[in-house]
Design a protein around this ligand. Structure first.
Ligand code: SF4
Length: 291
């Protein structure tokens, strides 16, 4: 397969065939994110993407591939007819494919109409991973996410209305100590409006390529300690009124949570309380050096 590294995918796509339809991120301004800072954004030619799919078919055969993920960031910026062509071609080459997935930010999701999203669903797009990060308007502006809480909510609902599974990400700790409470409560509000299929928690870990790293290094941004990060997650979960599976399926988190809301709410809160009672040495270092 031909890749321009680094290539990122969610843990839930660990078993998927990865085909880069776009390189880098067309937004690339989020202050907390260092994923694509060194990459110049571009959309690959449909013929090249199709060629990659054929190479994968020749390598794996047409039976083995069941899920396909299209990185990099915001591949959904591509024109709808192009995406439809790629997704249809994917299903043609891999008749056993059960799910096609991609990343998409609210800023780009709302550029497509509900009808276009339905066309993408029809072509095979089964799931979209979208980073809300926070529902707090002030914080969204500060981290340069490129969308308001209202746009986040509109985007999530549009994808869901088209019949596509939506997986929403919340970035624990992104408000620092200063806005932790506002961040948790406002994020719960936006998630309640969307009622997504999945809610995934990630805790912000300083990475040198992210612009926010300089604030962290200078002390201007105060990283939450494990207890504050867990209390923030607790407040978020407490205020959720959704029918979603909540997961913290990532090494950045201090707790490994997994439960279907609303049924699992009390269990998840008690699990957090149990972890909160542990001594500091039981938690990993706040900085993960290999991220
Ligand atoms: S968080 Fe997503 S939208 Fe923001 S810069 Fe990173 S990849 Fe792009």
């Amino acid at each position: 397969m031909r890749y321009e590294e680094p290539v990122y995918r969610p843990p839930s796509e660990a078993g998927s065939l990865l085909i880069q339809a776009t390189i880098g991120c067309p937004h690339n301004k989020c202050t907390f994110c260092g994923m694509y800072k060194g990459k110049r954004f571009r959309i690959r030619k449909v013929e090249d993407i199709k060629e990659d799919l054929r190479l994968a078919r020749d390598f794996y055969g047409e039976e083995q591939v069941r899920t396909v993920f299209f990185p990099d960031g915001n591949t959904i910026i591509m024109r709808t007819p192009q995406l439809v062509e790629i997704f249809n071609y994917t299903r043609e080459l891999f008749p056993k494919v059960k799910r096609i997935t991609s990343y998409g930010s609210a800023k780009f999701i709302i550029r497509k109409s509900l009808q276009e999203w339905k066309e993408l669903k029809q072509a095979g797009l089964g799931r979209l991973h979208m980073g809300i990060e926070t529902g707090d308007a002030l914080l969204l502006e500060k981290i340069k996410k490129g969308a308001t809480p209202e746009q986040m909510s509109e985007a999530g609902r549009r994808v869901k209305d088209a019949g596509i599974e939506i997986s929403e990400y919340i970035l624990v700790g992104i408000g620092g100590k200063e806005r932790s409470r506002e961040h948790a409560l406002a994020s719960a509000r936006v998630l309640n409006e969307i009622d997504p299929h999945f809610i995934r928690l990630r805790t912000w870990v300083p990475v040198a390529a992210a612009p926010l790293y300089a604030d962290y290094a200078s002390g201007a941004f105060e990283l939450l300690d494990p207890y504050d990060a867990l209390r923030e997650s607790r407040l978020l979960i407490e205020n959720l009124d959704v029918n979603s599976r909540l997961l913290s399926d990532h090494v950045s988190n201090f707790a490994n949570l997994n439960g279907k809301l609303p049924e699992a709410k009390e269990r998840l809160l008690s699990e957090i309380d149990e972890i909160l009672a542990k001594p500091r040495e039981d938690f990993r270092d706040q900085i993960i050096h290999y991220l």
